[in-house]
Design a protein around this ligand. Sequence first.
Ligand code: FE2
Length: 327
Amino acid sequence: MDPGALSAASPGAVVAPGDCADHRLGLGVGLRNVHFDHILRTRPAVDWFEAISENFMDSGGRPRTVLRRIAEQYPVVLHGVSLSIGSTDPLDMAYLRRLKRLADEIGARWVSDHLCWTGVLGRNSHDLLPLPLNEAVLAHVAARVRRVQEALERPLVLENPSTYLRFRDSTLDEPDFLRALCEATGCRLLLDVNNVYVSCFNAGIDPQEHLERYPFDRVVQLHLAGHQHCGTHIVDTHDQPVCDAVWSLFRTAWRRTGGVATLLEWDGDVPEFERVHAEVLRARRWIADEAPSSDAAPPETPGRTGVSTPLDFMVPAVMHDTRLCDA
Ligand SMILES: [Fe+2]
C-alpha cells in the first residue's frame, strides 16, 4: 500500500534518515550484569554491546560506572523496554529526560525500544504488549514518536515485538505499519528476526515471505535470539541457541540491509560470556553461506517456561513466576 495515503504520514517533526550514523557495527552481545566482571577483566573481542536502558538510567552506582567504562572501550547502544510508545497514558517526560541524560553520558550510538505498550493508568506490566495495527493507531504512535524524538534529540529506533495473537481491528500488517511510521516520523527500525519467526509461526504465515516485506532501508540493527517451541505455539524466551530457521531469516535480513549491526539477546538461564559470544559469532558462517549442518546448535527444548523481557536482575519474581507454556 502507499504509505503516503495514511493519515499519519504528514510532514512535521521529521528527523532526517541517516542520523543513526555508522550502523554497521558488526556482531554484538547484550550486556548483562552477570558478565560485568568478565568483560572488564578480559576485554573480549566483541564488536559492540547493547545495554538495557532501564537497568542503568536510574542507577548512579556500580552498574552505571561499569557501563561508562565499557562505553569507553566499545560502541554501545541503548535498548529500552518501558517507553510504552503505544499506550494511551501520557508520555513520561521524566523518563525521557533520564534516558537522554544516559544516552548523552555514554555516547550511545542510538536509542531503541519496541512497537508495543507496556502498561496503562500508570501501571507497568513489565511485558511488551501488542498493538492493533490500523490508521488510528498509526496516527497515535506517530505523534508520540515525534515527541520522543524531540525530547531525545535523536531518531528513535523501534523493534518489531513477538506476538501471539492478531486483532480484529488490525487493517495493516506489521511491515506496512512500520514503513508508514518511518515515512511519517523519520524513525528507524530494529528488526528482530527471531520475533518475525515467532510471530509468523503463531499467526500461521510464512516467515520468509513476510520478512521480505519489511522496509530494509530503514533498518539499522538486527536482533537474534532463541525461543521455546511449545508445539502449537512459540514463546519468545531468549534462553536458547538460535535455531536454523531464524539463522536463515537472519541471512536474508543481513543481505537485504547490507550488513547492519547484529546483536544476540540471551536473557534467561544466561550462560558464561564465551558461550553467548560464540553463539553470535555463528552468524559469520551464515553470512558466508557455508553449510550450517556442521554448526548445528543443540535442539530446541519444548515445553519449558519463561519470558523475554530482559529485566531479570530488576524483577526476578516476574521472570521466574510466569508460566506461559502451560496453557
Ligand atoms: Fe529483540
